[in-house]
Ligand binder design. Structure first.
Ligand code: ISE
Length: 350
């Protein structure tokens, strides 16, 4: 039973598991940008961290046991933003508890573990997991997909993608992690825009003059004969910079990153880059989280959201990409057939 406000409105009580970078960001979005949602619990092993985020966002409670939080009667929906290795087990726990969950990417870096979550969701007979590939909600990719679907571009030929961070998010970041941690955003959104699957991948790295992780450049073939290039540069230094260009047989459409101001001074003109993805994709996160709230309230899985099947597809491409980088050989992308359960993306009322 969802909670009633003093004026009789139904509020969806949301728990955030993980109070790190993304958990804090999601907590602010739930508190400030999701009318109809109440931030009920912030859960983190670090009680001080949980309290800091709860105090900053007005959460009703803090906790340290994620399984207990998922089971709470005063929690209607869960956002998992804890470390990557917890995503699959906590998503399964939400499925078993009958609680809708927005799980940060990746569902798992292991395709076999993704299949375990898919099996749990099919056994439960209802879609409960919405995956946090938020780029699907970014206006630039929405317009690219529209330009393809309405025929403006003609048939898609290629898509070029650049994904640059200022510096690696963790000291132990590797070239393989550029593929398994960062590139899944491109693996997912390119599938979504082109409406196809990947068939093969090659991966290459230039040599840096220092010991920082060098960029990774991948060339992928799709099942429909298109070519996709993806550059991941986790140590670009100058700013957070994501670019994409979709090339069709009749034209091309490229991302035009929005800068709200331009500074002109001393014979120079400049615009600023975001420091990381939270600023660049804030609007996409808000749209994604609002769609999650509608999913919780209606049981209808959002038309453009990613799900466990998409999580499996991203993981299988990442595994092939990491192998291509390690071997220097082109690797096939071999997936199981898509289960009928995910054909129509229709959730059932929670
Ligand atoms: C990070 O985990 C993200 O998900 C960001 O969106 C991405 O830009 C970054 O490269 C990843 O490390």
């Amino acid at each position: 039973m969802r909670d009633l406000t003093k004026r009789g409105y139904l509020m969806t009580r949301v728990a955030i598991i993980g109070a790190g970078l993304m958990g804090e960001d999601h907590a602010h979005i739930v508190a400030q940008d999701l009318p109809g949602a109440r931030l009920q619990v912030v859960c983190d092993m670090d009680a001080a961290r949980a309290k800091y985020v709860a105090d900053a966002t007005g959460a009703r409670d803090i906790a340290s046991d994620p399984e207990a939080v998922i089971a709470r009667a005063d929690v209607d929906a869960v956002i998992v933003a804890a470390p990557d290795f917890t995503h699959a087990p906590l998503s399964k726990a939400c499925i078993e508890a009958g609680k809708p969950v927005l799980c940060e990417k990746p569902l798992s870096q292991s395709s076999s573990e993704c299949l375990q979550v898919i099996e749990a969701e099919q056994t439960a007979g209802q879609q409960r997991v919405m995956l946090g590939f938020m780029r699907r909600y970014d206006q630039s990719y929405i317009e690219m997909r529209q330009a393809l679907s309405d025929g403006t571009l003609g048939r898609a030929l290629m898509m070029h993608n650049f994904h640059r961070n200022v510096e690696t998010p963790a000291a132990d970041f590797t070239g393989a992690m550029a593929i398994t941690n960062s590139a899944p955003h491109e693996f997912d959104v390119v599938r979504h825009v082109l409406g196809t699957e990947f068939a093969s991948v090659t991966a290459h790295q230039p040599r840096r003059s220092d010991d920082r992780v060098a960029p990774v450049v991948m060339v992928l073939e799709t099942a429909d004969g298109q070519l996709v290039t993806i550059e991941i540069n986790n140590n670009a230094a100058y700013g957070y910079d994501v670019r994409a260009e979709l090339v069709g047989e009749a034209g091309s459409i490229a991302m035009n990153n929005v800068a709200y101001t331009r500074t002109d001074m001393k014979l120079a003109s400049s615009t600023r880059y975001d420091a990381d993805w939270r600023g660049r994709y804030h609007e996409a996160y808000v749209r994604q989280n609002r769609d999650f709230l509608r999913f919780v309230e209606t049981g209808d899985f959002p038309a453009i959201a990613s799900d466990c099947w998409d999580g499996y597809c991203a993981a299988i491409v990442a595994e092939a990409g990491a192998k291509a980088l390690a071997t220097g050989q082109k690797q096939p992308v071999t997936m199981i057939p898509k289960p009928e359960f995910y054909a129509g993306k229709t959730g059932v009322a929670a």
